[in-house]
Design a protein around this ligand. Sequence first.
Ligand SMILES: Nc1ncnc2c1ncn2[C@@H]1O[C@H](COP(=O)(O)OP(=O)(O)OP(=O)(O)O)[C@@H](O)[C@H]1O
Ligand SMILES: [Mg+2]
Length: 385
Amino acid sequence: MAAQAPHARSRPAKSGTALDHTIDSPALTSPGTALDRARVVLVIGESDTGKTTLVRDLANTFHGAGSSVALVDADIGQSEVGPPTTVGLGRVVRPLDRPSDAELVALRFVGATSAARDQVTTVVATRALVDRALELGVDRVIVDTSGLVRGELGRRLKQAKIDALRPDAVVALQRDGECEPILHAYGRSARPAIVRLPAAVLPRRRTQEDRRRHRERMLAAHLAGAQLAALDLGRVVLRTPALFAGPALTAEELADAAEVVGQAVVWGERRGGEVAVVTERALGEMEARALSRRLRASGLVHHALDHLVGMLVGLDDETLDTLGLGVVAALDLGGARMSVETTVEPRRVAVVSIGRERYRAVSRSEEAAGGRAGEPRPDSRRGRG
Ligand SMILES: Nc1ncnc2c1ncn2[C@@H]1O[C@H](COP(=O)(O)OP(=O)(O)OP(=O)(O)O)[C@@H](O)[C@H]1O
Ligand SMILES: [Mg+2]
C-alpha cells in the first residue's frame, strides 16, 4: 500500500537544514481525527524516519492545548527519556526542544541497547511504564520506539508491543510500505486506529558511529558523579544472572570442577538437578559438557566473570522500578558482595540485574567532538537516583 501523505505539507527546504517536509501535528490531532481522541499513541517506523521528532511535536501540540502528556521511550538504544538500556517514562512540564527535556518519572532496566536481544523484557517494561503513566492520570501517553520493524523479528516485536499496550492509535512512518506486514494484522480491528505517514527524507542518515556516540554520551551523562557503592548480595537479590537461588557447591566440588575445566570456578550452586557455575573466563561447549557430567547435573548454566565485571547493571527498588544504572566494578561471589559505580543510594537497592552491555567511558576527544547533529546536548541529562 502506498504511504498516504494527507498531513504532510510540502515546504521548500531552508538552506542548511535537513527539512524536506514537515508533519503538521496540529492538523494530525485536529477534531475528528484518530489522534484527537487517542489517549495512548504508539509511533513506529524504521531508523531515521522521524519518529522521535514526531513524538516531540505531538507532545508539544497536546501540551500546548492544555493536556497533561507523558512520553514512554521504548527505544533502548537511541534513548531520549532515561539512559540507553532502559525504557523511560517522562512527563511533559514545558514545551520540548527534544524528548529528553521531559521530566524523568520512572525507568525500567532492560540491559541491552537493542530490543532484538531481549524482546520480552522490552515489551514488559514498556507496558509497565504505560500503566504507570495511566495511573498518574495523564490525558495522553505517547510511546516512541526503536527502528526495528523489518523482517520477522521486527514484525513480531512491534506486534507484541501493539498487543501488549493496546494503544488507541498507531502512527506508522514509512518509506516504502515497510510497516505494512505489522499493520496488516489490525486491518479488521476497530482498534488501534492506524495513521500512515511518509517518513522524513534526510540528506544524510545517521551512521552506526553517530548512534554509538549518542548512546555513550547519554550513559556518561547518567553516570556522571558515580561513586563506588558496595551491595550485600545476601540482602539484595541478584536477578540476572540468577545466583544465590540454591545451595552452594562445597569447596571440594569447586576444586574438582576447576580441574575439569582448567580454570578457577569461583562460584557454583545447585537448583534441583541444574547447576550454575561462574568461571573466570567463558567456558567452551566441550568444557561445559564435561563439567555437567562430572557434577551429575541435569543442566549446566555457566557465566564468566569476564562477562559480568565492567557491564552496566540496573539497580531496582522492591517494585522493580529502576532507580538508576551502575557499572559492575567487582564481584566477589564467595563473599556475596558486589561493588558498583553508581549515583544510586545503595540502601535503596533491592534487586540488581547485570545487563549485556559493557560500559565504555566517553573519551575526552569524543567529548570534544560532541554537539553534532543527532547528538544530545551536553546538559540533556535528566538523571535521578
Ligand atoms: N518531518 C521531518 N522532516 C525533515 N526532517 C526531519 C523530520 N523529522 C525528523 N527529521 C530529522 O531527521 C533526523 C532523524 O529524526 P528522528 O530522530 O526523529 O528519527 P527517528 O525515527 O526517531 O530515528 P531513530 O530510529 O534513530 O530513533 C533528525 O535530524 C530530525 O531533525
Ligand atoms: Mg528516535
